[in-house]
Ligand binder design. Structure first.
Ligand SMILES: [Zn+2]
Length: 417
């Protein structure tokens, strides 16, 4: 059994073009008229092949293919929204691969033991209503009940409540909690996604089985010292926050490189006040972002950074505070699912390897409640993504859908993970 590459490619482009903008690329944001049009198309295709189709109270779409037995279902899909001027492949690839895999099963009269449920998550990119991976958070029950009133459009300030109400299709800002799924109804979650980097391209490999998704930690360090005259005050008598901030930025990079685990850390800027040529800075703020797949290193790095801040501030007579804005622990793919994916690729003689995902995905939320597996497919155009140049070849797309089909067939008969 093999998927139909031509049909996959055509459908991917047909729905991918919805929300195309004249400056280039696609802007298909959650709860917009373009998004609704795309939903209609996808749900229509799901209905055509006889799936049981529904939209939940926040706008996630589900298409269910019943199995031979009433068992927990395999959930499989990705996100349906895009970044501003995004491409045809980010997110959409995982939904269209799942739809094609189930379409072929249906056409060949094949029914797995377990049901398969295709999912199209809403507002993963969160381009207008910030927050990220919204749809999967709602499904996992990690969104606050009043979110529709506290979350507002980043430009217009319009509350999410109004956007959801205008969108219709059964979305209900008063019933966000009803979109929560029961983990016992599901067996696992599988996501196919483009790599969004150039690792596979440089290796000359079309596919990778994801082993872990790096955790993300983002926080602000704020330092307080004393402003005074750049000439009058002797070096030994200063309480200079900018010098401390610079030393911390250097250390953040050094610590990440010293883990030996491909940790990625960034200090995006240093904001210092009063910001004058001849005045010592009395206040400096620096944002730290780091990503790491190993839980122990992920935790230790935070302690090591704060230890250094404490030491540096002690040396210079400064006070400091830390304000955390993102604290998403690493997610780990299920070993057995990874083996199933690897076997599926081997059966098809498709070269593959294993890799860590540094970008965050809906799979991170799903991992908190279900075993997960992810397949990465090569980003062919220089690894570019989140831009109109984003591209994956028809062959690679077909390979990823074929590996997904093999994976779903095996998992569909698997007793336990
Ligand atoms: Zn994505």
């Amino acid at each position: 059994m093999r998927i139909n590459r031509e049909r996959l490619w055509e459908k991917q482009h047909e729905v991918g073009a919805i929300g195309a903008v004249k400056e280039g690329g696609v802007s298909r944001f959650a709860w917009t008229p373009e998004y609704k049009e795309a939903c209609g198309k996808l749900m229509g295709w799901m209905e055509e092949i006889g799936l049981e189709v529904r939209m939940d109270t926040v706008g996630n779409i589900f298409g269910r293919y019943e199995g031979r037995e009433e068992l927990p279902a395999i959930l499989c899909g990705s996100h349906f929204d895009t970044v501003p001027n995004g491409g045809y492949f980010d997110g959409l690839t995982g939904i269209m691969a799942a739809l094609e895999a189930v379409t072929i099963m249906k056409e060949e009269g094949y029914k797995p033991r377990r049901p398969i449920e295709i999912v199209a998550f809403i507002n993963e990119e969160a381009s207008q209503f910030l927050g990220g991976t919204f749809g999967s958070k709602a499904m996992c029950g990690t969104l606050p009940e009043d979110y529709a009133d506290t979350c507002c459009h980043r430009v217009t300030g319009e509350p999410l409540r109004r956007a959801m109400t205008e969108f219709g299709m059964g979305t209900d800002p008063d019933r966000i909690g009803a979109s929560r799924i029961k983990p016992e109804d599901y067996f696992c979650f599988i996501e196919v996604h483009i790599e969004q980097g150039r690792y596979l391209l440089d290796k000359g490999i079309p596919l990778s089985v994801v082993s872990d998704i790096a955790g993300i930690k983002q926080f602000y360090i704020e330092l307080h010292g004393v402003s005074c005259h750049a000439g009058g005050m002797a070096m030994k008598d200063r309480h200079d926050t900018l010098q401390a901030a610079a030393a911390i930025a250097v250390e953040v990079e050094r610590l990440a490189m010293a883990t030996g685990n491909d940790t990625r850390s960034t200090v995006g800027y240093i904001e210092s006040k009063p910001g004058e040529h001849n005045i010592i800075a009395n206040c400096s703020v620096l944002p730290v972002d780091y990503r790491e797949a190993d839980d122990k290193i992920w935790n230790r790095l935070y302690e090591d950074i704060l230890d250094f801040v404490e030491k540096e501030c002690g040396k210079r007579g400064l006070t400091w505070s830390v304000h955390s804005t993102c604290d998403l622990a690493p997610a780990h793919c299920n070993r057995k699912i990874m083996e199933v994916m690897e076997h599926a690729a081997e059966d098809l003689k498709i070269p593959h390897n294993e890799m860590v995902s540094f970008p965050c995905h809906d799979a991170v939320n799903m991992e908190r409640i279900l075993p997960i597996g992810m397949i990465f497919v090569r980003s062919s155009n220089g690894g570019l993504s989140h831009c109109p140049e984003e591209y994956t070849t028809k062959e690679d797309l077909g390979d990823s859908a074929d590996v997904l089909l093999g994976t779903l067939k095996t998992l569909g008969e698997t007793e336990k993970l």
